[in-house]
Design a protein around this ligand. Structure first.
Ligand code: PLP
Length: 451
């Protein structure tokens, strides 16, 4: 390929990137990733990085597996495309829907496919509103979500998300979306105990339902563990209370499993790990380990039955794309037959967790929560008071992220939290390297702050 500088110039000239400051692309150039294997990325200059983010929280089986590529090629030769509209279907969509129904908890037995997590959450908005309209309650159309949540970037899913900087662009949120606070004890809990704080934050849902009227609230959506918001592990009291409130007030519960699904938390779904009983789960990312773009909504019997009683006027050209379904099936086979999900629960998860927790010994680290293989560390000038740094939130996180890159480690920062979500196939030796490099990046960040 072309030399790196030329690739970067072409990229800056013609390629508009998601969530990227375009001016910086011109001055610094994007990092050009050319190959990957296992947990290791290689850039156009031959530098290697341990990818502690599995791309965008998605490459659960690791990079460079032949089987999904072969499944894609086989399917593309046999039937590269057909749609699932107007009473047609095809074998890969049938097989994947049936497999997901097997894997999903409870009576989540029905799948509506999409091309991504954003599209799937858009489906959810229309599906829950249609559900209540079909049941004679069209006014029951408000969806409650959480501040600082990320549920996608389309007009619908971006509205469910609670990131104000996203709402400021493009006129979000759409009507009848309401946001409550997140259960983020470390940064917002003050002197309240985590248990009481978890209850307090859950009861904001009950308060909102009472204020808006249970006859107006259609659904509550949340990730079991909030990912892009900073890997916010809720206090143990939070989810049982949310579940009680949804049950008692007749509110549909949507678990966004786009990050938490497919082994990330040590079981097939975050809802299983946290004992949540959703009516709908959003899936994407780990469904295909990122090898093909695919998402979906896994729906319970009751909601599916009501939706099936009308023509749900919704769908995407690529709903159940044959190649993407074939790749997802192969990915699920690998996760299952190679025992990858069990290994996260029994061996590699606990090994990573023990190492990760050790980072709290570093003077810059306030807490190091981790469930399965999604974890974060809070950077702070004073762990005892959970203080924030002077200056702009995120400046220190950015410095730390750069030191990670310089030391061959991809970690993401959300504000002043550093985040990991490595491929689930990471070995013990690679976990050691990950944590060592994180420690070095923290040391260098600490030294830079003292200058
Ligand atoms: N939901 C959650 C929890 C996510 O983290 C994301 C993406 O990061 C999405 C939805 C949107 O998925 P996609 O980027 O596939 O549209």
């Amino acid at each position: 390929h072309l030399p790196t500088a030329e690739l970067q110039a072409l990229d800056a000239a013609h390629h508009l990137h998601p969530f990227t400051n375009g001016a910086e692309l011109e001055t610094k150039g994007a990092r050009v990733i050319t190959r990957a294997k296992g947990v290791t990325l290689t850039d156009s200059d031959g530098n290697n990085y341990l990818d502690a983010m599995a791309g965008l929280w998605c490459v659960n089986i690791g990079y460079g597996r032949d089987e999904p590529a072969e499944a894609a090629a086989r399917q593309m030769r046999e039937l590269p495309f057909y749609n699932t509209f107007f009473q047609t279907t095809h074998v890969p969509a049938i097989a994947l829907a049936a497999r997901l129904a097997e894997l999903a908890p409870g009576d989540l037995n029905h799948v509506f496919f999409a091309g991504s997590g954003s599209e799937a959450n858009d489906t959810n908005i229309r599906m829950v509103r249609t559900y209540w309209a079909q049941k004679g309650q069209p006014e029951k159309n408000i969806i409650i979500s959480r501040k600082n949540a990320y549920h996608g970037s389309s007009m619908g899913s971006g509205s469910l998300g609670g990131m104000t900087f996203m709402h400021e662009q493009g006129g979000l949120p759409i009507p009848n979306i309401h946001h409550i606070d997140q259960p983020h004890w470390w940064s917002e809990g003050g002197d309240t105990s985590p248990e009481d704080f978890g209850l307090e934050r859950a009861r904001q849902l009950e308060q909102a339902i009472e204020d808006l009227g249970a006859d107006r609230v259609a659904a509550f959506i949340a990730e079991p563990i909030q990912g892009a918001g900073g890997v916010v592990v809720p206090p143990a009291t939070y989810w049982p209370e949310i579940q009680r409130i949804c049950d008692e007030h007749g509110i549909l519960l949507i678990a966004d499993e786009v990050i938490c699904g497919f082994g990330r938390t040590g079981s097939w779904f975050g809802s299983t790990t946290l004992d949540i009983r959703p009516h709908i789960m959003t899936v994407a990312k780990g469904l295909s380990s990122g090898y093909a773009p695919i998402g979906g909504s896994i729906v319970c019997d009751e909601v599916a039955e009501v939706i099936n009683n009308c023509e749900f006027a919704h769908g995407y050209t690529y709903s159940g794309h044959p190649m993407a379904c074939a790749v997802a099936l192969e990915n699920l086979r690998i996760l299952d037959e190679e025992g990858i999900v069990d290994r996260v629960a029994q061996h590699s998860g606990p090994y990573l967790q023990q190492k990760w927790h050790g980072l709290v010994e570093h003077p810059l680290v306030g807490e190091a929560p981790i469930v399965g293989m999604m974890g974060s560390i809070a950077l702070t000038p004073d762990a005892a008071t959970r203080a924030k740094f002077a200056g702009n939130e995120g400046d220190v996180g950015l410095i730390c992220r750069e030191h990670c890159f310089q030391n061959g480690l991809v970690m993401r920062h959300v504000g002043d939290r550093m985040i990991i979500s490595p491929p689930l196939v990471i070995t013990d030796a690679e976990i050691d390297t990950l944590v060592e490099r994180a420690w070095t990046a923290l040391d260098l960040t600490h030294a830079q702050l003292k200058q």
